[in-house]
Write a protein that binds this ligand. Structure first.
Ligand SMILES: NC(=O)C[C@H](N)C(=O)O
Length: 337
């Protein structure tokens, strides 16, 4: 009978990439001072025997890095492995353990390029497993619970942190010293409580099955860089990034993606030279950039990033540029994804 119940459980693969969820500190009091990417996936899974009641779980170590060091090649490698697993008949759901620093970027990338309606859940932790009140165990338990549930199908790439289910598109790391770190300007999609998910809303933007992008067709990602804006900003960074080969520059602007008069002429010139200029905002609780509001985007042929923060705008720009270099098409994509 036990064997019968076992076979009915969903098959979930946990792809490990490193981060604090695989971190270790010198003592239990070290919640902020520790080394990320130390513990292997087998050990993480073995540390949560309760997982076997949720799903048939197996782990795979894809890489072992702190997420601030993730590269475009790492993204492509991970994306391809997720796609292979999603195509496999004996895989029902995929969990990715990841550092939290760039977790929002990876989750959004996968949300754009994975052609599957199977659950893909990205999860991390704010404290290493060796710390008092470590949050990784429950976050991972919740990730496996959501990955093995029928209701998670077709909802795009999800993130389970702090008992919440967030859309991989919307969620962002808002603070680096609390376990309640991941928030979306538009609210979580649901909650996970004691291994059961409760849903309240659905993503409205195009993703996964409904996306025009497919990891199988992406050989490499173009160079897209970010330049930060502030009072007395100069155009040095923008020019240097363009000179080093950036195909698009994300303007991490103030307020409504506003651009300093000290920088406007250089951005106009760069656009004339073929570099795409994408206006985003670095305001803390989530920017919302309106076209032609702060700057005449139609006249300058610039693109606005809608509500995407600069790091997410970079992800969409890279993926979009694999298909088109037409600024109108890019703008359509920024509205739709
Ligand atoms: N909490 C974390 O995971 C932070 C770590 N630096 C990482 O992103 O890998």
């Amino acid at each position: 009978k036990e064997v019968e119940t076992q076979t009915k459980l969903a098959n979930v693969v946990v792809l490990a990439t490193g981060g604090t969820i695989a971190g270790a500190g010198a003592s239990a009091a070290n919640s902020a001072t520790y080394q990320a990417a130390k513990v292997g996936i087998e050990q993480l899974i073995a540390g949560i025997p309760e997982l076997s009641k949720l799903a048939n779980v197996r782990g795979e170590q894809v890489m072992q890095i702190a997420s601030e060091s993730i590269t475009n090649d790492n993204l492509l490698q991970l994306g391809r492995r997720v796609s292979e697993l999603a195509d496999s008949k004996d895989v029902d759901g995929i969990v990715i353990t990841h550092g939290t620093d760039t977790l929002e970027e990876t989750a959004y990338f996968l949300n754009l390029v994975e052609k599957t309606d199977k659950p893909i859940i990205v999860v991390g932790s704010m404290r290493p497993g060796t710390a008092m009140s470590a949050d990784g165990m429950l976050n991972l338990y919740n990730a496996v619970a959501v990955a093995s549930s029928k209701e998670a199908h077709g909802k795009g790439v999800l993130v389970t942190m702090n008992d919440e289910i967030q859309s991989g598109r919307d969620v962002s790391k808002m603070i680096n010293i609390k376990t309640e770190a991941f928030k979306s300007a538009w609210g979580p999609l649901g909650m996970v409580v004691e291994g059961k998910s409760y849903w309240f809303r659905l993503p409205a933007k195009r993703h996964t099955m409904d996306s025009e992008f497919d990891i199988k067709n992406i050989k490499s990602l173009p160079d897209v860089e970010i330049a930060y804006s502030y009072g007395n900003v100069s155009d040095t960074a923008y020019k240097a990034l363009a000179q080093s080969g950036a195909k698009a520059i994300i303007h991490a602007g103030t307020g409504n993606g506003s651009v300093s008069s000290r920088v406007v002429p250089s951005l106009q010139a760069l656009r004339k030279d073929g570099v795409q200029i994408i206006r985003s905002s670095h305001v803390n609780a989530g920017g919302f950039v309106l076209r032609n509001a702060e700057q005449p985007d139609d006249k300058y042929d610039w693109v606005v990033a809608h509500d995407l923060n600069p790091q997410k705008a970079r992800i969409l720009a890279m993926v979009a540029l694999t298909k088109t270099n037409d600024s109108k098409e890019l703008q359509r994509m920024f509205w739709e994804y």
